[in-house]
Design a protein around this ligand. Structure first.
Ligand SMILES: Cc1ncc(COP(=O)(O)O)c(C=O)c1O
Length: 398
């Protein structure tokens, strides 16, 4: 089936966070929202059909996924990444963010430390602090327009403390984001190995958030952390979900893949009775997406690539003060706005009040994000073009 991603759909009055909350989030109604990570594209037809069919059977009681749902995840990991997993490794959670909270609580004690790599997806911060742990920032380095892991700094973060705070390392885990939100890096195999070995040598479990792993540009290929080796497999919690890939965020469905029995049991015990089981439509959507969604996905990725090329060309030609940090993955584009010479609050107000475009402020991803903005380009090209025209005209009026 041929999908038309140029079609502009009215999402207002559907309790849609992105469009219906514009006034309360940005303070005026006439903004183009390009912030939260969902797409302005309708889902693949087989998913909509499967949900309608399931809804027609008027029993929405307690649900437990059967082998067909589990197999759809097992098969997808193999087909997409040549990663062989077992059905019993999968723990379903109603989202990756709750899984991160559970993972940290299950791996740490209050007072322990958790490494993050800022600028990074901001819900990682409360996942650490609400568990009573301390954030240790192994900040990414921006070198010639590309973000890199600072391995020397990562090693140092594990070293025993000296001085007043001396004592053994309290780092118990690291949240690794691959592809990385917001900087768009897909970490290469050798980068994953180097980072993972430092973690393993220092006794830290890696929580690998791979939610964006199927949104890739230029035929890049994703490597799941656990697929590196058996040692890596036994030392991680991998967070997967169809929600970004197939635009299913409102259905709250994710698969947390935990090969290590002890780590998995601790995770399950920690969430038991607190984190609810999934909405039954989530299972239907996930299985259908994984089995029958690839036709839509391929067309959507081609469209996204065109949007990215359009964005880059537009900025280069017409707004050279703003530069795209070239992403390998995610539809969330990290814009280097430092050429506008504004402090972070002025930049935020400028985009909201002058340009009337609802972007995500870079500084909410950590102080290293000051001077940057994150733009969601998963929208019809006409919407992207209108947003860019607004930014251009605001910049010209400076
Ligand atoms: C890296 C990352 N993890 C998790 C999430 C959200 O996951 P969920 O909606 O499944 O809780 C997002 C959403 O943007 C994300 O970018």
């Amino acid at each position: 089936m041929k999908y038309d991603f140029n079609q502009v759909c009215d999402r207002k009055k559907t309790d849609c966070l992105k469009w219906d909350m514009v006034q309360s989030i940005f303070g005026s109604e006439d903004l183009i929202p390009m912030w939260v990570a969902d797409m302005d594209f309708p889902v693949a037809q087989p998913i909509a059909d499967a949900i309608k069919k399931r809804a027609e059977h008027p029993f929405y009681g307690y649900t437990k996924p059967g082998s067909s749902v589990l197999d759809s995840v097992v098969e997808r990991m193999w087909r997409k990444f040549k990663w062989k997993i077992k059905p019993e490794w999968i723990v379903f959670t109603p989202g990756v963010v709750p899984a991160l909270h559970v993972a940290i609580r299950s791996l740490t004690h209050p007072g322990d430390e958790v490494i993050l790599q800022e600028p990074v997806y901001h819900p990682f911060f409360p996942a650490v602090t609400n568990s009573g742990c301390q954030i240790v920032n192994n900040g990414l380095r921006l070198i010639n327009g590309r973000y890199e892991i600072d391995y020397d700094d990562l090693e140092r973060k594990f070293q025993p403390k000296t001085g007043r705070l001396r004592g053994p390392s309290r780092v118990k885990t690291i949240i690794f984001c691959n592809p990385h939100n917001p900087v768009g890096r897909l970490w290469k195999r050798e980068e994953i190995i180097r980072m993972g070995e430092i973690a393993i040598n220092n006794g830290a479990v890696v929580i690998s958030d791979e939610i964006h792993c199927e949104i890739l540009f230029d035929n890049h290929r994703h490597t799941p952390f656990a697929s590196i080796s058996q040692e890596f497999e036994q030392n991680c919690i991998v967070c997967m979900s169809p929600s970004k890939t197939f635009n299913l965020a409102g259905l709250d469905v994710s698969s947390i893949i935990i090969p290590n029995k002890k780590i998995r049991e601790d995770f399950i015990n920690t969430q038991s009775g607190i984190v609810p089981s999934l909405n039954l439509f989530g299972y239907t959507a996930m299985e259908t997406a994984y089995r029958y969604g690839d036709d839509w996905l391929k067309q959507m990725l081609d469209y996204l690539q065109e949007n990215l090329d359009f964005l880059k060309e537009y900025l280069t030609k017409k707004i050279p003060e703003i530069k795209v940090i070239q992403p390998q993955g995610t539809y969330l584009i990290w814009l280097d706005c430092r050429g506008l010479n504004m402090d972070k609050f002025a930049l935020s107000s400028f985009m909201k009040e002058k340009a009337k475009v609802g972007l995500e402020d870079g500084f909410i991803f950590g102080e290293a994000g000051a001077g940057f903005m994150r733009m969601n380009i998963a929208c019809p090209k006409i919407t992207l073009e209108e947003a860019l025209k607004r930014i251009e005209s605001a910049v010209n009026s400076l």
